[in-house]
Design a protein around this ligand. Structure first.
Ligand code: NAG
Ligand code: NAG
Ligand code: NAG
Ligand code: NAG
Ligand code: NAG
Ligand code: NAG
Ligand code: NAG
Ligand code: NAG
Ligand code: NAG
Ligand code: NAG
Length: 871
C-alpha cells in the first residue's frame, strides 16, 4: 500500500460525520445536507444510440399533438380512474389508447392467470445472466398479454444498504455490479418482449420508515417531511447510481423517482438527481415518472426533470393534480417552457416506439381495482359497469422457468454429507413454512401476512399465485415415489409431537423457517415494511435448536427476504445441511425437491452477507425520527462500505460471506492469466447539445382549453388536461396562482439554449461516456470439476483498486459454468474502464488511479483462490 499515492487517487467527497443530536432531538439547520440546483432539464438527443428510430417516430407523432393532448399524456388520470395501477390520458384523435402502468418486479400484480416469479433477489442468487434475462422476457410476455404498456420493475433502489430494509428482496443485491447485471438483463428481457421496463426507485430509497408523510403519521410518527437520504457524490456514483447506469445502457424506457428526499430535496423534484445525474450524466432518453404520490409540486417538478405524474392526483382520489389543468396553465402562462412539455411527450412516445409498441394497441383486458368479471371500469368513481376482466391466461409454460430459477437460485450454505438425498428411509418435515396458508395462498391482499410457506414478500412488489406448490406437497410426492416414509408437522409449536417424531430412528428431519418483509403501507406483526429484527419469525431459531437437539440429521431450509442470524445454531454437528431458498415463487416445493434430491446440483451464491450479529452490518434502518417534526436525516456516512465491503473493511468474521455457496461436487481453480487490451486513452466528452426543440404550435386563448362540450362525460375525481373556466386563477384553484417563472423557478430553468455535455457522459451513448465501457483487461482462469458429478460453478472476478478509501475487494464480473466431472472449463472475465475507476468529485469524472491494482478469481468474496497484479 502506498499511502501518498493512494490519497492522491481519492478526491475526498465524503459527507461530514452525522451531526450529533441536540437535547431537543432536532438537528440544527446548518447541519442539513443540501442539493445543488441543476437547470435546464436536458432534452432528448435525436442521435442517442438505440433511440434514433424511436425518436423519429416520436417526433412525427408529437408534432401532431395539441397542447392538451401532450398534457394528457404526461398526467395520470387519478387513482382508480381506469383499470391499471396507473394510466395516463388517452389521445383519441390520434388513435392512442391510455397507456397502462402495472406492478410488479416479479409478475403482474392484482390480476389472475398470471405467474408468480421468484423475487429479484432469488434471481440474483443464480448469478446467471441468461436466467435473469429469461425471467425478464417471460414477465414482459405476461405483461404484454394483459395489455400492460409499462411494467414497474426492475428494482435497484433499495440497493440493500441495510439488511432489515423492507423491500430489498424486490431488487437484487447490495453489490452494485450484481445488481447492475440484474438491471441490464431484466430491462433487455422485458423490453425485448415488447413492454417498457421501469427502473426504480431513483434514488436513495433504502428504507420504508418515513418514506411518506401520511404513511408515517398513520403509524403515529409526527413528521412533516419525508426522510432525507444524504449521499455524497462519490458514494452516489460508485455505489447507488451504478446499477441505474446499467439500466440506462440497456435502453430502459422509464425510471421511477422515489418518495424520500435526497439531500433534503424530494426525489421527484431533485434537479441534481433527475436533471443532472440521470439525464445529463447518464444520458437517459426515456421518461421519469413519479412514484405513486411522490410528486409534491407542479412547475417545480416539471423543470426539475419529472416527465409523468403518477397516478396523476395530488393524493389518491383528491380530484386535484399538480399537473393536468395546472400543467396546461403553466405552459400557457410561460412558467413551464414549451420545450419541456414537448420533451416529456417525446420521451414517453419514444419509449413506446422503442420497445416496438405502436399506436395501434390491443385493449387492456384486466382490472387491478376489480376482481370480478364485471364491474366499474372507472373503479374509484364506480362508473362504467362492463366486463373488465377477461381472465386471459398469460402464463405460457413459465412454470418450468420459474422452477428452474428457483432451484438454481437456492444456495447450499452447509452440507456435511446428508445431501443430496437418495431414497431416504424416513423424511420428517417440520415447520409452518413447509405448508400452505390455510386461508389460501392469496388470502392476504398484497401478501400482507406471513402464514404457511413464504414464496414472496408483501406490498406492491407482488403478484397473485396461480397456485403455490408447498414444500410439504412436493416432498411428500417425492417420498411416496421413492417408497420413503413421510410425515410432516406444519406448525412450529407442536413441540411434543415434533420431539417424538424427529427422535425416531433413521429420520431425515427437514425444518422449514422464514423471515418476511415488505412495503411500508402494510404492517405485519409490528414490521412496518422494514423488519424489526434479523431473526427468524415464529420462533424459527428455537424450532431449529429444538429439532437439532433431538435429531442428528437436521436439514434447515430458510425462505427469507435477506439474511437472518444463524449464529446460535449453524455450526451444530446435528445440522447437516442449510439451504437458503430465497423467495422462490409459485414452484417453491418442486424447486426445493430438485435441489435436496440432486436433480439440480446447487451452484447459487448468496447475494448478500450472513453476519453474526445485526450490529456487524454497520448501517441500519432509522426507526425513530431524529429531527423533531422535520425530515428525518439519514447520513450515508459509511460511503461505499455496505454489506461485504463493510465486513471486509472492519475485518469482521462472517457466518457466510457474499458470493458463497456450495455444490454436490468440488472444483479447483488454477492458472490465472491477465491480458491487457488496447483500450487507449480516455477522452472526456466535450461539446454541447443542440438547442431545445419544440414540436407543433398552440393558441394562447384560454377558451381553447375548456372542457370540450356540454355532452362531455366528466368522471368523478378523474384528472383531465382541461380548464374549468377561462379565469386561470379559478381554473387552477391554487391559492398561490400568479407567480411568474422568474419569481418562482430557479435560474436557467427555462433556458432552451445549447448546453455543455458533461465529460463523463456519452456523446450519443446512454449510460455514460462510451470509453467507460472499454475492456481494459481480460482475466481468465481454469476451473476443474474434481468431484464425481456434473455441476455448475460461479467463478467470481474481484478487484482491489488499491486506494486508501477503496474496498478490500469489489466484485466486477462472474460466470456460471457447467462442467462435467474431471473436466476443466475456462472462466473469462473482463474489466472495463469503469470497473477500474473511482469517481473524482473535483473533476466530475471517472479516473483510474495509479495505485497498484490486484485482481482475484475465486468462489466467493472471501475465498479468492487466484490473484494477480494488473500489469
Ligand atoms: C448531496 O450532498 C453531498 C455533500 O455535499 C454532495 O456531495 C452530493 O453531490 C449531493 N447530492 C445531490 C444529489 O444533491
Ligand atoms: C384525455 O384523456 C381522456 C381519457 O383518459 C380522454 O377522454 C380525453 O379525450 C383526452 N383528451 C384529449 C385532449 O385528448
Ligand atoms: C388481452 O390483451 C391482449 C393485449 O392487449 C390482446 O392481444 C388480447 O386480444 C386481449 N384479450 C381479450 C380477451 O381481450
Ligand atoms: C393545482 O395545484 C394546486 C397545488 O399546487 C392544487 O391545490 C390545485 O387543486 C390544483 N388544481 C387542479 C385543478 O387540480
Ligand atoms: C402559471 O400556472 C401555474 C400552474 O397553475 C401556477 O403555479 C403559476 O403561478 C402561474 N403563473 C403565472 C404567472 O400565472
Ligand atoms: C422478530 O420479528 C418476528 C416478526 O415480527 C417475530 O416473530 C420474532 O419473534 C422477533 N424476534 C425477536 C427475537 O423478537
Ligand atoms: C423448544 O423446546 C422447548 C423445550 O421443550 C419448548 O419450551 C419450546 O416451546 C420449544 N420451541 C419451539 C419453537 O419449538
Ligand atoms: C444431536 O442429536 C442427538 C440425538 O440424535 C442428541 O443426543 C445430541 O445431544 C444432539 N447434539 C446436539 C449438539 O444438539
Ligand atoms: C371542475 O369541474 C368539475 C365538474 O364540474 C368539478 O367537479 C371540479 O371540482 C372542478 N374543478 C375545479 C378545480 O374547479
Ligand atoms: C437404513 C438405516 O439407516 N437403517 C438404520 C435404522 O436405524 C436402526 C437403529 O438405529 C439401525 O440399526 C439401522 O441400520
Amino acid at each position: 500500500m502506498k499511502p501518498a499515492a493512494a490519497l492522491a487517487c481519492l478526491a475526498g467527497g465524503s459527507l461530514a460525520a452525522a451531526a450529533t443530536l441536540n437535547p431537543s432531538n432536532k438537528l440544527g439547520k446548518r447541519d442539513l445536507a443540501t442539493s445543488e440546483p441543476f437547470y435546464p432539464s436536458p432534452w432528448m438527443n435525436p442521435n442517442a444510440e438505440g433511440w434514433q428510430e424511436a425518436y423519429a417516430k416520436a417526433r412525427d407523432f408529437v408534432s401532431q399533438m395539441t397542447l392538451l393532448e401532450k398534457v394528457n399524456l404526461t398526467t395520470g388520470v387519478g387513482w382508480g380512474g381506469e383499470q391499471c395501477v396507473g394510466q395516463v390520458g388517452a389521445i383519441p384523435r390520434l388513435g392512442l389508447r391510455s397507456l397502462c402502468f402495472q406492478d410488479s418486479p416479479l409478475g403482474i400484480r392484482g390480476t389472475d392467470y398470471n405467474s408468480a416469479f421468484p423475487s429479484g433477489q432469488t434471481a440474483a442468487a443464480t448469478f446467471d445472466r441468461g436466467l435473469i434475462y429469461r425471467r425478464g422476457y417471460a414477465m414482459g410476455e405476461e405483461a404484454k398479454g394483459k395489455g400492460v404498456n409499462v411494467l414497474l420493475g426492475p428494482v435497484a433502489g433499495p440497493l440493500g444498504r441495510m439488511p432489515a430494509a423492507g423491500r430489498n428482496w424486490e431488487g437484487f443485491s447490495p453489490d452494485p455490479v450484481l445488481t447492475g447485471v440484474g438491471m441490464f438483463e431484466s430491462v433487455k428481457g422485458i423490453q425485448d418482449a415488447g413492454v417498457i421496463a421501469c427502473a426504480k426507485h431513483f434514488i436513495g430509497n433504502e428504507q420504508e420508515h418515513f418514506r411518506q408523510v401520511g404513511e408515517a403519521q398513520g403509524y403515529g410518527f409526527d413528521i412533516k417531511e419525508t426522510l432525507s437520504s444524504n449521499i455524497d457524490d462519490k458514494t452516489m456514483h460508485e455505489l447507488y447510481m451504478w446499477p441505474f447506469a446499467d439500466a440506462v445502457r440497456a435502453g430502459v424506457g422509464s425510471i421511477m423517482c422515489s418518495y424520500q428526499q435526497i439531500n433534503n430535496s424530494y426525489g421527484c423534484q431533485n434537479s441534481a438527481a433527475l436533471n443532472h445525474l440521470l439525464k445529463n450524466e447518464l444520458g437517459f432518453q426515456g421518461f421519469i415518472l413519479s412514484d405513486w404520490q411522490a410528486q409534491h409540486t407542479g412547475a417545480a417538478s416539471a423543470v426539475a426533470g419529472l416527465d409523468m405524474s403518477m397516478p396523476g392526483d395530488t393524493v389518491f382520489n383528491s380530484g386535484e393534480s399538480f399537473w393536468g389543468p395546472n400543467l396546461t396553465l403553466a405552459v400557457l402562462n410561460g412558467t413551464v417552457p414549451t420545450y419541456r412539455l414537448d420533451d416529456m411527450a417525446m420521451r414517453i412516445m419514444a419509449a413506446v416506439f422503442k420497445v416496438g409498441q405502436s399506436t395501434d394497441m390491443e385493449p387492456i383486458n384486466f382490472s387491478f381495482f376489480v376482481q370480478d368479471t364485471y364491474g366499474p371500469i372507472h373503479a374509484s368513481a364506480n362508473e362504467g359497469y362492463q366486463q373488465v376482466n377477461f381472465h386471459v391466461d398469460v402464463r405460457g409454460d413459465h412454470g418450468h422457468l420459474i422452477r428452474e430459477i428457483a432451484a438454481k437460485g437456492t444456495v447450499l450454505l452447509k452440507n456435511t454429507g446428508s445431501l443430496p438425498l437418495n431414497k431416504p428411509k424416513f423424511v420428517a418435515v417440520i415447520g409452518e413454512d413447509a405448508g400452505p396458508n390455510p386461508n389460501g395462498p392469496n388470502a392476504c391482499s398484497d401478501r400482507g401476512c406471513n402464514r404457511g410457506t413464504l414464496a414472496m414478500g408483501w406490498g406492491s412488489g407482488t403478484a397473485n399465485y396461480p397456485y403455490l406448490i408447498t414444500p410439504d406437497a412436493a416432498l411428500q410426492a417425492q417420498a411416496v415415489s421413492d417408497g420413503s416414509r413421510y410425515e410432516s408437522i406444519l406448525t412450529n409449536y407442536a413441540t411434543s409431537q415434533t420431539k417424538a417424531l424427529v427422535s425416531k430412528d433413521n429420520v431425515t428431519a427437514i425444518v422449514f423457517v422464514n423471515a418476511d418483509s415488505g412495503e411500508g403501507y402494510i404492517n405485519v406483526d409490528g414490521n412496518i415494511g422494514d423488519r424489526k429484527n434479523l431473526t427468524l419469525w415464529k420462533d424459527g431459531d428455537a424450532l431449529i435448536k429444538n429439532v437439532s437437539s433431538w435429531c442428528s440429521n437436521t436439514i434447515v431450509v430458510i425462505h427469507s427476504v435477506g439474511p437472518t442470524l444463524l449464529t446460535d445454531w449453524y455450526d451444530s454437528p446435528n445440522i447437516t445441511a442449510i439451504l437458503w431458498a430465497g423467495l422462490p415463487g409459485q414452484e417453491s416445493g418442486n424447486a426445493i425437491v430438485d435441489v435436496l434430491y440432486g436433480k439440480v446440483n446447487p451452484a447459487a451464491r448468496s447475494p448478500f452477507t450472513w453476519g453474526a450479529t445485526r450490529e456487524s452490518y454497520g448501517a441500519d434502518v432509522l426507526y425513530e425520527p431524529n429531527n423533531g417534526n422535520d425530515a428525518p436525516q439519514q447520513d450515508f456516512t459509511e460511503g461505499v462500505f455496505i454489506d461485504y465491503r463493510y465486513f471486509d473493511k472492519a475485518n469482521t468474521p462472517v457466518i457466510y460471506e457474499f458470493g458463497y455457496g456450495l455444490s454436490y461436487t468440488t472444483f479447483e481453480y488454477s492458472n490465472i492469466r491477465v491480458e491487457k487490451s488496447n483500450a487507449g486513452e480516455y477522452n472526456p466528452t466535450t461539446g454541447e447539445t443542440a438547442p431545445a426543440p419544440t414540436f407543433g404550435n398552440f393558441s394562447t386563448d384560454l377558451s381553447d382549453y375548456l372542457f370540450p362540450s356540454s355532452e362531455f362525460r366528466y368522471i368523478y375525481q378523474y384528472i383531465y388536461p382541461y380548464l374549468n373556466t377561462t379565469d386561470p386563477e379559478d381554473a387552477s384553484a391554487d391559492p398561490h396562482y400568479g407567480q411568474t417563472a422568474e419569481e418562482f423557478l430557479p435560474p436557467h430553468a427555462t433556458d432552451a439554449s445549447p448546453q455543455p455535455l458533461p465529460r463523463s457522459a456519452g456523446k450519443n451513448e446512454p449510460g455514460g461516456n462510451r470509453q467507460l465501457y472499454d475492456v481494459m483487461y481480460t482475466v481468465t482462469a481454469d476451473i476443474t470439476n474434481t468431484g464425481s458429478v456434473v455441476g455448475e460453478e460461479v467463478p467470481q472476478l474481484y478487484v482491489a483498486l488499491g486506494g486508501a478509501d477503496d474496498p478490500v475487494v469489489q466484485l466486477r464480473d462472474f460466470a456460471r459454468l457447467r462442467i462435467d466431472p474431471g473436466q476443466t472449463a475456462q472462466f473469462r472475465g473482463t474489466l472495463t474502464r469503469r470497473d477500474l475507476s473511482n469517481w473524482d468529485t473535483a473533476l466530475q469524472d471517472w479516473v483510474v488511479s495509479d495505485c497498484e491494482k490486484k485482481v482475484f478469481v475465486g468462489r466467493s468474496s472471501r475465498k479468492l483462490d487466484l490473484c494477480a497484479v494488473l500489469p
